[in-house]
Each structure stands twice: as C-alpha cells, then as structure tokens.
Design a protein around this ligand. Structure first.
Ligand SMILES: C[S@@+](CC[C@H](N)C(=O)[O-])C[C@H]1O[C@@H](n2cnc3c(N)ncnc32)[C@H](O)[C@@H]1O
Length: 331
C-alpha cells in the first residue's frame, strides 16, 4: 500500500503526494496539515477550493434511497469486489493510523461501517465490546453480523447525518468510504463533532476527485468525490482543530491520483470544545424512508450503477499497467 505525504507543502493539483504533477515521484511518509485560508491563495489549475458542489453534476447515487438500493445488491459481493480493488487491508491500516487508536478501552463508532471491513482494522486496537458499527443498509450490516470477530460489537441501523449517540459520548469517530453517499457531508461531519468527547478524534476516509476527464465524467455521474480542500474546509467549519489529511492508495497505482481514488485520503481532526459543533445547520434534507418517483429513481439508479462499474474497471487497468510498466517508472 502506498501512503504519501506532502510534508507541510500544499498539494499541487491532484498530482501525487511526494511527487510533482509532472510525474517524478519521491515518496515520503507523514501528514499534510492544511491551512484553508492559505490554500485559497495557491493557484492550482485542476483543484480549486469550493464550499458547495455545483448542482449541474448529477451524482446519481448520492441520495439516501439510491445508496440504500445500491448496497442492497453490492452487499452480496462487496467484500470480494471492493476490498481487493480499492480498499485493501494494508491501505485500511495506514488510513486508521492517524485516528490514534492507542487505548483498547476507548469507545469507538464506525459510521457507514457496512460489512465491517474497517471495523476489523479497528478491533486490532480496541476491545470489540467498545465498538459500535452504524449503517443505513441492513443488508451491509447483515454481512457484518456474520463475522465471528465482530460478534461482540454493537451493530445498529442509522443515519450518518443524524447519529443516535449522545453529545460528548465517544472517543473516536471513524467513517470509511461512506461520506461520498451523504447528501450533505458537512452535516455528517458536524454530527461527528457532536458525538465526540473533548479531545476526541474524527477520522474520515474517503475518495478524492479525479483530474482525468473520463474518470471525472463517471465520478460525477456516480457519487461525490470531494476535493482534498473540501474535506479540510468541512472539518474546520465543523469546529475541529489540528485538521490533517493523509493520502492513501493501492500500491499498484504507484501514486497516480488522476482517476480519483475511491479510498484516497484519511482526514482527521480533534474536537476543540465540549458540546455541539459551533456550525449550526437547518433541518436534514433527506431521509432514506422518503418516497421518491419510481421512474426517476430507476433511471437514476441504472445510470449511477453504470458509472460505478467504470470504477470497478479502473483498478484492474491500473493493476495491469503496474504489471507491464517497469518498476520505478511512472504509470
Ligand atoms: C463503501 S461502503 C463502506 C463500508 C465500510 N466502512 C468499509 O470500510 O468497507 C459505504 C457504506 O456507507 C453506508 N452509507 C451510505 N450512506 C449512509 C448514511 N447516510 N448513513 C449511514 N451509512 C451510510 C452504505 O450503506 C455502505 O455500507
């Protein structure tokens, strides 16, 4: 697995970390800590700061109902398709490292925990009875319940944008590969802030936006691939301090990020004050139970799923390239 850092330097577009956008790589380990105000002044041709996503991009599966049905089917093969291609065990362990799971007695929630793949990484450090997995998909959770190692964890259905946990109640908030389906990511991060105890850490692992035109086209059809700056901005607006971003990716990508990575970064922030987030939001826009027009729903669902299929093929393509192109050369 590759995890790359900028060692304090701001990222140049979405080139690779520890490498220039021209493809010369110099891989270094560490973190990137961003100052959003500083970032605004940095000219970056392909990756500008933005507080809201343009409505012109459809993102057909970034709605709760569609995400629900998407995982109704994907849950059947999830552990066999997603993990080997996009989200490997070594990537997971690298991505969890900034969450600082140093004490087995800490109370941890895994939001959008799905089949429990990330939870299996969490319980390497934390007593399973202190871990709660929450997901809006009963089908994904059914897979988690089948895993012997997760038997002691609490497994509940719920919405990342409206967590059923008291304020100031958990030590670590982890969410991997789920933010891209939340209709309002800022709201999910505000919830992360609320449920954490003072000094607790939120760790959100998620995709990064592609720069290659075809990958960008399918990404925008499918779901939300946030820009790195957006993660940072959401965390800071929610009230987190010490916000850091660590880039991750499968090792056969050799640092290439132009196609966007479904698991492309691990972002962490520390809760600075007890209580709710200083950012106050209005009522939640969507509920999974909300009824939708069935024809519009079906069309969106099919188009979104076709776009998602592209992202099953990208890692295969990158894997083949990795096999063919001599080691040490950029791909
Ligand atoms: C790509 S899977 C990631 C699963 C798991 N975290 C992992 O690392 O393999 C995304 C998960 O997010 C869940 N999800 C999507 N939107 C959600 C929401 N609003 N609230 C809770 N879970 C959500 C999906 O049901 C799905 O299980």
């Amino acid at each position: 697995m590759a995890s790359y850092v900028l060692n304090g330097k701001p990222p140049m577009g979405l080139g690779f970390v520890g490498s220039s956008i021209h493809g010369k790589s110099s891989l270094k380990l560490g973190f990137v800590s961003f100052d959003v105000r500083r970032r605004i002044n940095i000219s970056s041709p392909r990756c500008s700061i933005s507080s809201s996503r343009p409505a012109s991009q459809p993102r057909f599966i970034q709605h709760k109902k569609e995400a629900f049905w998407f995982y109704r089917f994907l849950s059947i093969v999830y552990d066999h398709v997603i993990n080997p291609g996009h989200w490997t065990e070594d990537m997971r362990d690298e991505a969890l490292e900034p969450a600082d799971l140093y004490d087995a007695r800490m109370k941890v929630v895994d939001v959008g925990g799905g089949t429990g793949f990330t939870t299996l990484g969490i319980i390497k450090h934390i007593n399973p009875e202190n871990v709660t997995i929450l997901d809006q998909s009963p089908h994904q959770l059914a897979k988690a319940r089948q895993k012997e190692a997760l038997k002691e964890c609490t497994i509940i259905e719920g919405d990342a944008e409206d967590l059923p946990f008291p304020t100031d109640s958990v030590d670590r908030y982890i969410s991997a590969g789920s933010i891209e389906y939340w209709p309002d990511p800022q709201r999910g991060i505000v919830e992360a802030y609320r449920v954490l105890r003072l000094g607790g850490i939120a760790c959100i692992i998620g995709p990064v936006y592609p720069t290659f035109w075809l990958s960008r086209f399918f990404a925008d059809l499918w779901m939300l691939f946030p820009k790195e700056e957006e993660y940072i901005e959401w965390f800071k607006k929610a009230g987190f301090k010490d916000v850091k971003l660590k880039r991750i990716g499968p090792k056969w990508y050799r640092g290439v990020r132009r196609h966007g990575l479904i698991m492309g970064c691990s972002v962490t922030g520390v809760k600075r004050e007890s209580g709710e987030s200083p950012l106050k939001l209005g009522p939640k826009a969507e509920a999974v139970e909300k009824s939708v027009n069935p024809f519009a729903f079906l069309l969106r669902f099919i188009l979104g799923t076709v776009a998602a299929t592209y992202y099953v093929l990208v890692p295969v393509y990158m894997w083949i390239k990795d096999q063919i192109v001599p080691k040490g050369k950029p791909i």
